[in-house]
Write a protein that binds this ligand. Structure first.
Ligand SMILES: Cc1cc2nc3c(=O)[nH]c(=O)nc-3n(C[C@H](O)[C@H](O)[C@H](O)COP(=O)(O)OP(=O)(O)OC[C@H]3O[C@@H](n4cnc5c(N)ncnc54)[C@H](O)[C@@H]3O)c2cc1C
Length: 383
């Protein structure tokens, strides 16, 4: 048997006989990160038989567990962009969900600092953009200089609705919602190929533990495969125009004695929001993520980048020394070349509907519940 029958996540689908064992479902979601789980949860009330297939033996082992766990307020993203829309809506939905389910979070707020006149110009633009996007709580606020005398900066804005949360409990809670509504999560199985037929998309799956292969036929296919999403999009529809770009980030843990109650962000750079100081729910401090383009998915640290990292942190926290920082973890942003927005690309092939979630980097955790609604609406639109 190909499916992970031992898994508590498995429930029997309708079987069809053929050479390879075949299973027929109404909807198949590829990828068990935050986006796939949120989408599957949202769709579970609409479809009788819905599968989520994840290649790792557990959910959320890739980008969804290698990030800053920040609930973003939404001041950075271009007005009218999908990022702006999903972040603002997702933030509200997320806070409500966390409160309702008693999942840990801290609406700690964050300062964004400028260190040069040019950065102050950028800071002013961020403030104005936030206001234009509908953020009502953003303020100019230099109280960080008295609260944190070790910081050095010219100007600062404060965002009270930025927060941190326990993203693991959040994702696991959504996966329980999905299964409670009758959805199936199949772990340790990888999508290898996708064909179309009159019966629907024919998806070839391999059980990574036994190497057995089987087919899943579905009319609706959701691609939320994170760093692998462009590859899967090309299997669905050859000639997809998007090219992926992996932007790696490293985090270092702070070992010094200073404490923070808020998040401290520098002015953003082109590829990232800047090397920020984030607190976790236990008030530990970590710095990161850095940002550099890589060709492959490799989560090891590159020690030659530590001095640049240190310099970036010292631009707003000059007393930090190299021995204050020890390697934490790394993550890789699933970006698209030449595209700064999320791309939710939906369409129909031979009466079969698909949705690709591409370039789903930050603020993807914050936006996930809103993304799920967006994807669900796309499916309705394509009917
Ligand atoms: C450094 C960094 C910091 C970030 N910080 C924040 C933050 O503070 N706040 C915020 O809101 N967002 C943040 N983000 C963004 C957020 O982490 C991502 O948007 C989100 O985790 C992406 O989730 P995902 O489900 O799309 O991808 P993933 O978590 O990567 O999940 C995709 C899944 O698809 C599976 N998969 C791939 N191919 C196949 C296949 N062929 N068959 C079966 N399964 C497959 C993978 O195994 C994986 O589990 C950050 C991202 C990075 C990299």
């Amino acid at each position: 048997m190909c499916l992970n029958l031992n898994s508590k996540y498995y429930r029997s689908p309708k079987k069809i006989l053929s050479k390879l064992e075949k299973f027929e479902v109404d909807c198949l979601v590829v990828g068990g990160g935050v986006s796939g789980i949120a989408i599957a949860r949202e769709l579970s009330s609409r479809f009788k038989s819905i599968f989520l297939i994840e290649r790792n033996n557990q959910i959320a082992q890739e980008t969804s567990s290698r990030n800053s766990e920040v609930i973003h307020a939404g001041m950075y993203y271009e007005q009218g962009s999908l990022k702006s829309k999903l972040c603002l809506m997702g933030k509200e939905l997320l806070y409500d969900y966390l409160e309702e389910r008693n999942i840990d979070f801290n609406r700690c707020g964050k300062y964004i600092l400028s260190s040069t006149d040019r950065e102050t110009e950028t800071l002013n633009k961020i403030y104005q953009n936030g206001v234009n996007c509908g953020l009502e709580d953003l303020i100019y606020d230099n109280t960080a200089s008295s609260k944190y005398p070790f910081l050095e900066f010219k100007e600062a804005i404060f965002s009270p609705s930025t927060g941190i949360f326990d993203s693991h409990s959040f994702i696991h809670s959504m996966s329980r919602d999905f299964q409670g509504a009758g959805g199936n999560i199949i772990l340790g199985n990888e999508i290898l190929n996708i064909d179309e037929s009159s019966e629907g998309f024919e998806v070839l799956v391999e059980d990574k533990n036994t190497k057995n292969q089987f087919l899943v036929t579905t009319r609706i296919l959701i691609n939320s495969a994170g760093l692998n999403a462009v590859y899967i999009a090309n299997l669905i529809c050859e000639g997809n125009m998007h090219k992926e770009e992996f932007v790696k980030g490293e985090y270092y843990t702070y070992k010094g004695k200073e404490k923070l109650e808020n998040l401290i962000y520098p002015t953003p750079t082109q590829n990232s929001l800047g090397l920020h100081a984030t607190i976790d729910l236990g008030k530990g401090i970590r710095f990161g993520p850095s940002a550099y383009v890589v060709d492959e998915i490799d989560y090891n640290f590159s020690s030659d980048k530590k001095s640049l990292f240190l310099k970036a942190v010292q631009s707003y926290w000059p007393s930090i020394k190299e021995h204050d920082l020890s390697p934490g973890y790394t993550g890789i942003r699933p970006k698209l070349k030449g595209e700064s927005d999320f791309v939710v690309d939906s369409g129909v092939v031979s009466d079969n509907q698909y949705v690709n979630v591409l370039g789903y980097a930050s603020p993807g955790l914050t936006s996930s519940l809103a993304l799920a609604i967006e994807v669900s609406e796309r499916i309705e639109d394509a009917k």
